[in-house]
Design a protein around this ligand. Structure first.
Ligand SMILES: [Zn+2]
Length: 100
């Protein structure tokens, strides 16, 4: 058992390094433009309106389609990712809460 331990430790370190390398490219592939639920064109833009710099950590986010003009302003948390806002936007549209 004493002979196995050093070898096992080395391979664990090697795997750790390889795993770290794989994480970075995944973060870069996060989409910044989303597909519109109405016209299907990937021209949805999500912009944060942080003009209300209050202590409440709340702001509003505008979701706009550059193709058909479908837009929605939603109160969001500063910690919310754009993809979360987009998913909520699609849910609201599918539920018929967003028209234009
Ligand atoms: Zn659209």
């Amino acid at each position: 058992m004493a002979l196995i331990s050093p070898h096992a430790t080395n391979s664990l370190i090697d795997m750790g390094r390889r795993h770290r390398r794989l994480i970075r490219p995944i973060r870069k592939t996060l989409p910044k433009v989303f597909s519109c639920p109405r016209c299907g064109v990937p021209s949805i833009r999500i912009s944060n309106n942080d003009n209300t710099k209050s202590e409440t950590e709340s702001t509003s986010t505008t979701v706009v389609c550059g193709s058909c003009g479908l837009n929605h302003e939603a109160p969001t948390s500063l910690k919310q990712e754009p993809v979360d806002v987009y998913n909520h936007f699609v849910d609201e549209y599918m539920a018929g809460k967003i028209g234009a």
